[in-house]
Design a protein around this ligand. Structure first.
Ligand code: GTP
Ligand code: MG
Length: 311
């Protein structure tokens, strides 16, 4: 069974691209796994096929065991697995994890956000690391930048297989070439001694990045205009938000790189979900929950506050 990894920074367009790939798949039995950093995931709402979820952590470390079980479980019914990871995944570590399963990695796709590249004037450290492990790089959101920005990114990726995408439009054929993906499988002396270290030590990359998330649910109606206002007032460290709200209809919203989008969600829902992701201390998390309470008219209980403080 073949497996394709799709990774890239928060909000780069991974799920949008994944859905376009899913919609152009030939007749191959395919399973989709999405790994989201937040406790409750929302990406599956955007995919036209059934999605298996691994949430509340990163599949390259704390959620490695769960991913291994999921892949092995799917191997009897699928010929291909498409795996979307969180943007924080350490690709080297993730590839090691997948190499212990029945799946063979045939492509490691990195989605690069041209708009965010332009505004942060270059690649982040983590993107630079991911570029070295990726076998295909998709330069996405090229509809939001000038040609010279795309040319500059292309130049930095010389020697790599590159696909240029607008609005996440990529089809299966473009990414179907099988690559000889090499997995470095060295195990350190300490890992041999204490096997648990192998998965756990890398979760430090999340702690180091200080990235946390809030998954906030509400049955209350929220005005989409108030929500938009709320997003534009978020502290700059909260650079990603997404979810579903119920106003006059059910809406799906996305906030990334300072841009807010909201559209009708085709599947109606009884409960809204707001996910905030970014660098935040535990106390900032509580402050944001209080702000969400103000926005939604909910009153988060002390117990729930304590729970999210330690999450
Ligand atoms: N203009 C433009 N918007 C895009 C493009 N690709 C994705 N988007 C929008 O960017 C937002 C985030 O897209 P997603 O596909 O959810 O990004 P993601 O990488 O899966 O996000 P996470 O899983 O949260 O890291 C959504 O509002 C998309 O509609 C693109 O090429 N151009
Ligand atoms: Mg996604």
């Amino acid at each position: 069974m073949n497996l394709i990894i799709i990774t890239g920074q928060l909000g780069a367009g991974k799920t949008t691209i994944l859905n376009n790939i899913v919609n152009t798949l030939p007749n191959i039995k395919t399973s989709i796994i999405i790994n989201e950093f937040a406790v409750i995931g929302v990406d599956k709402e955007s995919i036209s096929q059934k999605v298996e979820e691994v949430n509340a952590g990163c599949v390259c470390c704390s959620k490695g065991e769960e991913l291994i079980d999921k892949i092995n479980e799917l191997s009897s019914k699928s010929k291909l697995i498409l795996l979307e990871t969180t943007g924080l995944a350490s690709l080297g570590q993730l590839m090691k994890v997948v190499s212990t399963t029945k799946a063979k990695i045939v492509n490691v796709i990195l989605v690069v956000d041209a708009y965010s590249y332009k505004h942060s004037k270059g690649f982040s450290q983590i993107t630079k690391q991911q570029i070295t492990s990726a076998t295909t790089i998709i330069i996405n959101k090229t509809d939001l930048v000038e040609k010279k920005v795309v040319d500059e990114i292309k130049k930095k990726l010389e020697g790599k297989e590159v696909i240029i995408a607008r609005k996440g439009k990529v089809n299966y054929k473009q990414i179907s070439k099988k690559h000889d993906v090499k997995v470095k499988n060295e195990t350190s002396f300490m890992e041999k001694l204490i096997p648990e270290l192998k998965l756990d030590k890398e979760s430090k990359h999340i702690q180091k990045a200080q990235i946390k998330s809030i998954s906030y649910t509400t049955k209350n109606k929220i005005s989409k205009f108030k929500l938009e206002n709320f997003m534009y007032r978020l502290p700059k460290e909260i650079n990603r938000a997404k979810g579903i709200i119920i106003d006059d209809k059910t809406y799906k919203f996305n906030y990334s790189s300072g841009l807010f989008f909201i559209e009708e969600n085709l599947k109606p829902r009884k409960e809204g979900l707001i996910i905030l992701i970014g660098k935040m201390s535990r106390f900032q998390k509580l402050k944001l929950i209080a702000k969400l309470d103000e926005l939604t008219g909910e009153k988060t209980t002390v117990l729930d506050k304590i729970k999210s403080f330690f999450e």
